[in-house]
Design a protein around this ligand. Structure first.
Ligand code: ATP
Ligand code: MG
Length: 418
C-alpha cells in the first residue's frame, strides 16, 4: 500500500509530463487567441455548490463525489468539475458588473469516484472554458470552434462533434412529459438507476450507458421536435455560424449530457479510437446556472475537455510531440579533483540559459562520457588537465567525437552560436 498510488490515480513521470506541458502550451495559446483569461479556482468547494449546480439526480452528485467533513464541521467536496466554481467566482467577484461576456478558462485536476479503467481515473485533468453573460449563438459557435482549432493544431484527426439542443425549461417541460410517458410504457426495460430517476429527471435516461436503456432511447421522442421558436432560432443560428467557419458536426438527437444545468446547445467531441471512453470533450449552454447559484439571470456557455483522454488519443494516433528533456551540454571532470570546477562551469552554463547536466558519481572520464551519451547531450565539455591551467576547456561533439580546445571565457558564446 505504501508503494502504490491510490486506485484511480497515477504518477505522471518527466517523459510523459513533457507531453502534457506541450499540450498545455498549445491550449494556453489557443485561449489567448480566442480572448479567454485563466481562472484558478480552489480544488475544493462547499458540497452544496455542486449539489445545486451539477444537480441532485446526476451520476456525479449521486455516486461520484469525494465528500468529507473538515475539522471545522463543514461539508467539503473535491471538485468533480469546474464550471460550478467558475460561476461561483463570477458572482463572488462581481464579474457580472463589468463588460459581458466574461471569458475564462481553467486547467487542472478533477476528482470523481469513477470505476477506473483505460481513460477513466479518479483524479483526472480537464481543460475547460466558460463564456458567461452572452445569449448570442455565435458564442456557442466560438467555443466549439476553439475546440476544433485546438484539435487541429495538435494534429488530431477523425474527431466527431456531436450537436444537439435540449431547449429551455419552457419547451423542455413539454418534451419531458412526452418522454416520461414513453419511458413509463417501457419501464421493464430500464436499468435500476434509471427506474429510480425517471420521475425526477427522465432526460437522464437518454444519457445512461446501460445497453437496455440505450436501445430504448433510440426510439424515444426527440427534443428537437419540441423546441420553442426561440430555442429553434438559436439552434439554427448556431449551425449557420458553424457552417460559416467550415466546422463539421453531426446532429445527435439523443445527446443530453450528464449535468442538470444545460439549456439549448449541448455538444460532445468524440473519437471512436478511445474504445469505451469515446468522449474527449463535452459542453453546452447553461442559461439557468448563474441564477441557480444565487446570482441574477445570466446566460453562459462552455465545455470541459478530458486531457488524459486527449493524450491517449494523441498517442494512439501516433502523433509525435516535441519534447525537450535533454541537456544541451554535459560537463565532465577529468579527475575527481576537477569536480568542483566542473560544478562551477555547469552553473555558469545554466545561468547563461544553456541546459546542462553532469555526472554525480565521481566516476572515471570514460564512465562520464558514457553517461553523457545516454543523456542525449549534443556536447560534452571536459574540465581539467593542462587545458584548465591555460584557462581553457575541451568541447567534444558527441555525434562525431571531434574535440576542440576553447578558452573557458568564450565557451558560452561559442555554444550559443553553434
Ligand atoms: P463519461 O460519460 O465518460 O463519464 P462525463 O459525461 O462524466 O464523461 P463530463 O462531465 O462531460 O464527462 O467531463 C468532460 C470530459 O472530462 C469528458 O468528456 C472526459 O474526456 C473527461 N472525463 C470525465 N470523467 C473522467 C474520468 N473519470 N477520467 C478521465 N477523464 C474523464
Ligand atoms: Mg462520468
Amino acid at each position: 500500500m505504501l508503494t502504490t498510488a491510490p486506485r484511480g490515480t497515477r504518477d505522471i513521470l518527466p517523459e510523459e509530463a513533457a507531453k502534457w506541458q506541450y499540450v498545455e502550451e498549445v491550449i494556453r495559446d489557443c485561449c489567448r487567441l480566442y480572448g479567454y483569461g485563466e481562472i484558478r479556482p480552489p480544488l475544493f468547494e462547499h458540497t452544496e455548490l455542486f449539489q445545486r449546480s451539477v444537480g441532485e439526480a446526476t451520476d456525479i452528485v449521486e455516486k461520484e463525489m469525494y465528500t468529507f467533513i473538515d475539522r471545522g464541521g463543514r461539508s467539503i467536496t473535491l471538485r468533480p468539475e469546474a464550471t460550478a466554481s467558475t460561476v461561483r467566482a463570477y458572482l463572488e467577484h462581481n464579474l457580472h458588473a463589468g463588460p459581458q461576456p466574461v471569458k475564462l478558462y481553467y486547467m487542472g485536476p478533477m476528482f470523481r469516484y469513477d470505476r477506473p479503467q483505460a481513460g477513466r481515473y479518479r483524479q483526472f485533468s480537464q481543460f475547460g472554458v466558460e463564456a458567461i453573460g452572452a445569449q448570442d449563438p455565435s458564442v456557442d459557435a466560438e467555443v466549439i470552434t476553439l475546440v476544433l482549432d485546438l484539435c487541429t493544431r495538435l494534429g488530431l484527426k477523425d474527431l466527431v462533434v456531436e450537436l444537439n439542443s435540449i431547449g429551455c425549461p419552457k419547451c423542455r417541460q413539454e418534451y419531458r412529459q412526452a418522454l416520461l410517458e414513453y419511458l413509463s410504457e417501457h419501464k421493464n426495460k430500464l436499468c435500476k438507476t434509471c427506474l429510480s430517476r425517471i420521475e425526477r429527471n427522465p432526460l437522464r435516461v437518454l444519457d445512461c450507458k446501460e445497453e437496455g436503456c440505450r436501445a430504448l432511447t433510440a426510439a424515444a421522442p426527440q427534443m428537437l421536435e419540441y423546441l420553442c421558436s426561440e430555442c429553434a432560432e438559436h439552434f439554427k443560428t448556431l449551425q449557420q455560424c458553424l457552417h460559416a467557419v467550415g466546422a463539421k458536426y453531426e446532429l445527435n438527437p439523443a445527446l443530453v449530457r450528464g449535468l442538470d444545468y444545460y439549456t439549448k446547445t449541448v455538444f460532445e467531441v468524440t473519437w471512436s479510437g478511445l474504445g469505451a471512453q469515446t468522449a474527449i470533450c463535452g459542453g453546452g449552454r447553461y442559461d439557468g446556472l448563474v441564477q441557480e447559484c444565487g446570482g441574477p439571470p445570466t446566460p453562459g456557455v462552455g465545455f470541459a475537455m478530458g486531457l488524459d483522454r486527449l493524450l491517449i488519443a494523441l498517442e494512439q494516433m501516433g502523433i509525435s510531440i516535441p519534447t525537450v528533456n535533454k541537456p544541451t551540454v554535459y560537463v565532465a571532470a577529468l579527475t575527481n579533483a576537477d569536480n568542483k570546477d566542473a560544478f562551477a562551469l555547469l552553473t555558469i552554463l545554466r545561468r547563461a540559459g544553456i541546459a546542462a547536466d553532469k555526472d554525480y558519481r565521481q566516476a572515471s572520464l570514460r564512465a562520464q562520457l558514457k553517461a553523457a551519451n545516454r543523456s542525449g547531450a549534443k556536447w560534452t565539455v571536459i574540465v581539467g588537465g593542462e587545458e584548465k591551467k591555460r584557462g581553457a576547456v575541451v568541447i567534444r561533439d558527441m555525434e562525431t567525437g571531434e574535440q576542440t580546445e576553447v578558452p573557458q571565457d568564450q565557451l558560452v558564446s561559442i555554444l550559443k552560436s553553434s
